[in-house]
Ligand binder design. Structure first.
Ligand code: BG6
Length: 492
């Protein structure tokens, strides 16, 4: 099977995990710059200070309650290791890295702009020229090889100053700050960038609201307001993007996975339905143009009151996204029969285990059909072009003495994923724009802050404490992907 002629093939990244140069070129701090490293068993922590000088840390775990103590604001604190500060140093390696991408045949590269590299406090009147110039150089390098940039405006990189002064996205001030930032970069990079994403995994606002929205207290009220403010900001940016350049296309970005009931008890299916609503609420608003009834009812029940304006809803309705992009790595199993699942040995720290699938060391199952299911779910619901902007396998790859890396497990995983995506296109008729594998080059893991949870086609010599030469070595999957792209998905 092959894909349409204009199919976009590439890889993805995020500034906070990849770029480094955290205090170079006039960059201000962002949310992730004050996040420590962790592991599969040890959570990452946000470091903070109080006005009386007291310092401390608060664990940040996806899906778990998160709130800093009263009067604490996120800050750098001496004695902690912050992996985002160096990432894998794209800041100084962009030429080499983009050359590797070109060698694989990429025609698209997904990256995020570090908002606080452009506006160090997030809402400064004028941009930091050095910051703009850095991405000028990156885009020039992409253009040299015919690689189209796909730019995420905010991949968990809320400027720290906006968190310290406003408590993050719960404040409507961030709508204007974000729109101002988007206007600056869309005007500056006009003609160089055509594809934009507003917020990475916008539903992180429910699962990890510090990541998604710089919230330091994740009450339901704050999360609802944070989401609302991002919806309004996103629609304003869609409007602006089309006014600045009619070639601009703006997408949303959703974290999506297939969900299966553990048993055929209808109660399990209801669980699945509700968990799907949690994810799809975000795309129902951004792609569908209206708040879905199930969420309005939830807010009514829970006493959530939005600080909104009538014109917010006109914006949401009139400026939905042009396309829907999503991340999808794995599927999940839900049940009301926890004890039964436990007795059958199908429960791990991460939840219910699917006995039909294998998992990696972090408990993420390899599901050969997940992309077909996800693509069909989203296409049938919205009929908007789709883009898979993250899919990949985290693995503790071994660098051999001759600098080779034999990642046959990754090739096996990607082969099954690409097959599944091709079935959605060729058998089911889904309109799919492209596929950017996570990640082009090794970078820091978002969930654990580790280096050893590697995803790239190119290995970077750096360890979990930041030691290493930062030298790059192509893995076996590098040559395999090159072949896949050259045959437009035929030669798997
Ligand atoms: C997505 C994020 O959640 O998954 C990425 O958009 C992240 O930033 C990726 O890196 C993989 O997750 P992890 O925790 O393995 O890095």
């Amino acid at each position: 099977m092959t894909l349409p002629k204009n199919f976009m093939w590439g890889g993805a990244s995020a500034a906070n995990q990849y770029e480094g140069g955290f205090d170079e070129g006039g960059k201000g701090l962002n949310a992730i710059d004050v996040l420590t490293n962790g592991s599969a068993t040890e959570p990452r922590k946000v470091t903070w200070k109080k006005d009386d000088g007291e310092t401390g840390t608060t664990d940040l775990v996806w899906g778990k309650k998160f709130a800093l103590p009263k009067r604490a604001v996120p800050q750098l604190v001496d004695g902690y290791y912050y992996p985002s500060h160096q990432g894998t140093d794209f800041y100084h390696h962009y030429q080499e890295d983009i050359k590797y991408m070109a060698q694989m045949g990429f025609n698209v590269f997904r990256l995020s702009l570090n908002w606080s590299r452009i506006l160090s406090n997030g809402d400064d009147e004028t941009p930091n020229q050095e910051g703009l110039e850095f991405y000028d150089k990156v885009f020039a390098e992409c253009a040299k090889y015919g690689i189209e940039p796909l730019v995420t405006l905010s991949h968990y990189e809320t400027p720290l100053s906006l968190i310290q002064r406003f408590g993050g996205w719960k404040d409507r001030h961030l709508i204007d700050a974000f729109t101002h930032y988007a206007e600056i970069v869309m005007k500056h990079y006009k003609g160089k960038v055509r594809y934009w994403l507003t917020f990475n995994e916008i539903n992180a606002m429910d699962m990890a609201p510090y990541m998604g929205g710089g919230l330091i207290d994740d009450s339901e009220q704050n999360r609802a307001q944070g989401a609302h403010n991002q919806f309004v900001a996103s629609s304003k940016v869609v409007k602006l993007a089309h006014e600045i350049d009619s070639n601009n296309q703006v997408g949303m970005m959703l974290a999506y996975s297939a969900l299966y009931p553990y048993t055929c008890d209808p109660a399990d299916q209801v669980k699945v339905m509700q968990a799907k609503q949690e994810m799809l609420f975000y795309s129902d608003v951004q792609a569908g143009g209206r708040y879905p009834d199930y969420r309005l009812k939830q807010y009514e029940r829970d006493g959530v009151k939005l600080d909104d304006k009538p014109e917010d809803y006109d914006l949401i309705k009139n400026y939905p996204v042009d396309f829907l992009s999503f991340s999808c790595y794995t599927s999940n199993v839900l049940t009301t029969h926890h004890k039964e699942a436990e007795a059958s040995g199908n429960v791990s720290a991460g939840g219910v285990v699917n006995p039909y699938l294998e998992s990696n060391a972090w408990g993420w199952a390899t599901d050969p059909d997940v992309l077909r299911i996800a693509l069909n779910d989203l296409w049938d619901r919205y009929h908007k072009p789709l883009f898979i902007v993250e899919n990949g396998l985290g693995w503790d790859d071994k660098l051999e003495e001759d600098h080779s890396i034999h990642d046959d497990y990754r090739i096996k995983y990607l082969r099954s994923q690409i097959k599944s995506m091709e079935q959605a296109v060729n058998i089911d008729g889904v309109d799919l724009m492209g596929y950017t594998m996570w990640s082009a080059i090794d970078l820091v893991s978002n969930g654990t802050g580790e280096m050893k949870k590697r995803y790239g086609f190119v290995y970077v010599d750096r360890d979990d404490r930041g030691n290493g030469s930062l030298k790059r070595y192509p893995k076996d999957s590098f040559n395999w992907y090159k072949k896949v792209i050259a045959s437009n998905g035929k030669d798997l």
